[in-house]
Every structure is written in C-alpha cells, then in structure tokens.
Ligand binder design. Structure first.
Ligand SMILES: Cc1cc2nc3c(=O)[nH]c(=O)nc-3n(C[C@H](O)[C@H](O)[C@H](O)COP(=O)(O)OP(=O)(O)OC[C@H]3O[C@@H](n4cnc5c(N)ncnc54)[C@H](O)[C@@H]3O)c2cc1C
Length: 247
C-alpha cells in the first residue's frame, strides 16, 4: 500500500517539500493542507504588486491545486486548516474553512511547514484599519485596495477650475445625488471642498448611502493651498495642486 504523507503549509517550504518528495518517488500519496486560499505564491514578489510592476494579485500565485494534481499528482487542499495532531493514532484534524466541516486524515509521515506570523506589538491604535501586516497575497491585496484612492472635489465647477488637487475629479455637492455612481466602493475616496463643510456634508450623505470608504479632508482646499504653497517654496518641490487658491 502507498505511504501517505501529509504536509501542513502550502507555500515555500510545504510546496517545495511536496514537489521534491514526488520527484524522488511515485510511491507516496501526498496531501498538502493550506489554510489560506493560495498555495505556492511568491512572497518575494509581494512588494512588486504594490508598485504596480505586477498588475494582478493572481500573477503572484505560481501554482494552483489543479496544477499540483495534474503535474505532480499532489493533492493541495486550500482553505483547509490543520487544527491538531494526534501522533499516537497518526492522524490530523482538519477544518475546511469554507464549509466549516471538520474531518480527520491518517498519515504515515507528517511534514510541518506552517511558516510564521508577523508579530503585532501591543501598541495603542495598532488595531486601526490603516495598520497592515504583509505575509501573503490576501494581505497585499487588502493593502493595495486601501491605498488605491480617489480624490474627489465637492466644490462647484468654477471653483474647481481655479485650482484643485492634481488628478482629482470634480463632483460638486449640488450634483452628488445624480452622480453617486461615479464614486467607487472599492477605493478609499478623499473629499475636499473650500473649507471642509461641503465635503463633510458629502461624506455624511455618502455614508448614509452605504459608503464606508469616504474620508473628509479637514482644512480642505484653503488649508491645503496655504500648507502646500509654503512647503513647495521652502522645499522647492513640485506642487500637488494645479493652482493655489487663497480666497
Ligand atoms: C514581503 C516579503 C518579501 C520577501 N522577500 C524575500 C526575498 O526576496 N528572498 C527570500 O529569500 N525570502 C523572502 N521572503 C521570505 C520568504 O517568503 C519566507 O522565508 C518563506 O515564504 C517561508 O516559507 P514557509 O513555507 O516556511 O512559510 P510561509 O510562506 O509562511 O508559508 C506557511 C504557510 O503555512 C500555512 N499554515 C500555517 N499554519 C497552518 C495550519 N495549521 N494549517 C494549514 N496551513 C497552515 C500558512 O497559511 C502559510 O501560508 C519574503 C517574505 C515576505 C513576507
């Protein structure tokens, strides 16, 4: 009878062990458990997803469970967390994280390659939504979604044309109701107006409509103009505004 090898962890260590085992012998039945949704992805390339060099998170994933099966005859079970090991009976308890089903699997050999978890220091505020740890494709996707932002300006058109944040779109508060479809839900949307009052109202209206990704820039365009003009001159840097407007 074929010997059964179970592997806990399906990224660099686990996937390499599985592939090496198969290259050495056809005699093993190999099952690899990964609690995340992906096996064998490139951690080292995660930063390139943020820079945009790698355009889609899918391209970080090197192998799929289907490829493991067809190329190596290895069963890779994703979203499957190994909860415990019973070394006397040589079995592990596994939870299917998608269905909640818990089952046992017997092994002859068990390989543990569960990697590590980022340490989260006990600093007040660390639980905030804008604090991230980066370990896998899901983490980088979440961070990437967070930093993908849209700048929207709630002033009237003439005010906008007199000067605005470069790259901003203009959705005057008076047109918000008709143009709400232009506000994406998958990006953080920063709103500004002249003093912060109209953009504050826009944020409230959007939140009422179910947007939880909208942020008012306090100080708004007037404050930005003063701050940016001062710093641009002082530091000789390129302005982020098309024009300052101090009125
Ligand atoms: C952003 C970043 C950049 C990096 N760049 C480089 C680089 O340039 N060069 C380099 O050499 N290294 C780099 N590394 C480090 C390298 O990625 C790691 O050393 C390597 O991934 C470790 O592999 P591993 O399989 O031991 O652990 P991991 O990659 O952590 O994989 C372990 C897997 O086990 C799973 N797991 C844990 N417990 C269970 C359980 N109970 N049941 C089921 N599954 C479980 C986890 O979900 C995880 O996916 C980088 C790492 C990061 C995060």
């Amino acid at each position: 009878m074929k010997k059964r090898v179970l592997i806990v962890g399906g990224v660099a260590g686990g996937a390499s062990a599985a592939a090496r085992l198969r290259r050495n012998s056809e005699e093993y039945e190999i099952v690899m458990f990964e609690k995340g949704p992906h096996v064998s992805f490139s951690n080292c390339a995660l930063p390139y997803r943020l820079s945009g060099t790698i355009q889609s998170a899918n391209r970080l994933v090197l192998m799929s469970p289907e490829k493991f099966k067809s190329q190596y005859n290895i069963e890779a079970r994703v979203s499957s967390e190994v909860l415990s090991i019973d070394k006397y009976n040589k079995e592990v308890k596994v939870k299917n994280l998608l269905t909640g089903e818990i089952y046992k699997e017997k092994y002859d050999k068990l390989i543990l390659s569960p990697g590590a978890r980022p340490i989260i220091p006990n600093i007040p505020g660390i639980e905030n939504v804008n604090v991230f740890t980066i370990r896998n494709v899901v983490d980088i996707d979440n961070l990437n979604k967070f930093i993908q932002k849209l700048q929207a300006d709630a002033r009237e058109r003439a005010e906008f044309e007199n000067g605005h944040i470069k790259g901003a779109i203009n959705i005057p508060l008076s047109e918000l109701r008709e143009r709400v479809n232009e506000i994406p839900k998958d990006k953080t949307v920063y709103l500004n107006c002249r003093t912060g009052q109209r953009s504050y109202n826009a944020v409230l209206a959007l939140q009422h409509l179910g947007f939880n990704n909208v942020v008012n820039i306090t100080g708004s365009f007037l404050g930005l103009s003063f701050y940016e003009a001062y710093n641009d001159k002082l530091k000789n840097r390129e302005s982020i505004l098309t024009n300052y407007n101090f009125k």
